[in-house]
Design a protein around this ligand. Structure first.
Ligand code: MN
Length: 256
């Protein structure tokens, strides 16, 4: 009679990266993969590749990962899977299975001359703009960690505001859409104090992280560019691109 002599055998976590080729985009493949992964308690992500493939990271108990891989060979009803490449990878500790590469909403960075000059980074989360005041502004250099002080939420209607304000002024320094990334679902990632996201702005692009260093009122965070193809070591984007993305004005133009 077989005995359960090795408890780790039942709990071992496997992790794979899969690339699915064929007619796999535009057939709800990602939605179907999310449903199947969640049924199986497998975590990770799925995204559409720019080369027409569907790419997937999956981790969980080996039998569940195997079942998800079996699903990938079939795909949803209208997919025609030509091949599936599987690579074993390191377990990353994902807590959700999510679609990557889809917009979570808008972001804006407003340069603001007030008592102290700063940049306000605002990310749309559940319909409101979560906001951080970044005294030195964002950077595309991954070696630079910028203090970001959490401030009050703003309404989306404020995102396009430019002009004089309370004796100072505001310009829209950058704007665009963003994706929520990381291993933990939003907004829980913000609650826990480590949030990873990808910006699609005119000046700011690629992965960024917000890491909370001091909780409480006016919590302190660090805003850090992640190392990816959009990183620009040694650059000073705030100095290089000072103008409004809406009006081409600088803050000095508004302050007169
Ligand atoms: Mn401000």
């Amino acid at each position: 009679m077989a005995t359960m002599s090795d408890p780790s055998a039942t709990t071992a976590t496997a992790a794979i990266r899969a690339v699915v080729r064929g007619e796999v985009q535009g057939v709800s493949f990602r939605d179907a993969a999310v449903r199947r992964a969640r049924e199986l308690d497998v975590t990770g992500w799925v995204r559409n590749g720019e080369d027409g493939t569907v790419q997937l990271h999956a981790e969980g108990p080996q039998p569940a990962v195997d079942e998800l891989v079996a699903f990938l060979h079939e795909g949803p009803p209208h997919a025609r899977v030509a091949g599936v490449q599987i690579d074993q990878v390191t377990v990353e500790g994902h807590e959700q299975f999510a679609i990557r590469g889809t917009s979570a909403g808008v972001f804006v960075v407003q340069e603001h001359a007030a008592t102290a000059h700063h940049f306000d980074l605002r990310l749309e989360v559940d319909g409101i703009m979560r906001s951080w005041a970044v005294p030195k502004g964002p950077s595309l250099d991954p070696a630079v960690k910028r203090l970001a002080v959490e401030v009050g939420d703003h309404a989306k209607a404020h995102n396009t505001f430019e002009g004089p304000l309370d004796g100072g002024g505001v310009i829209v320094w950058d704007h665009g859409t963003y994706e929520q990334g990381g291993r933990v679902a939003w907004p829980q990632a913000l609650t826990r104090g480590h949030a990873v996201f990808v910006l699609h702005g005119e000046k700011l692009r690629g992965g960024f992280a917000l890491q909370r260093t001091r909780p409480g009122a006016k919590a302190q965070w660090l805003l850090i560019k992640r190392r990816d193809e959009d990183a620009r070591p040694g650059s000073d984007i705030v100095g290089e691109r000072p103008r409004s993305v809406l009006s081409d004005r600088t803050l000095d133009d508004i302050l007169g």
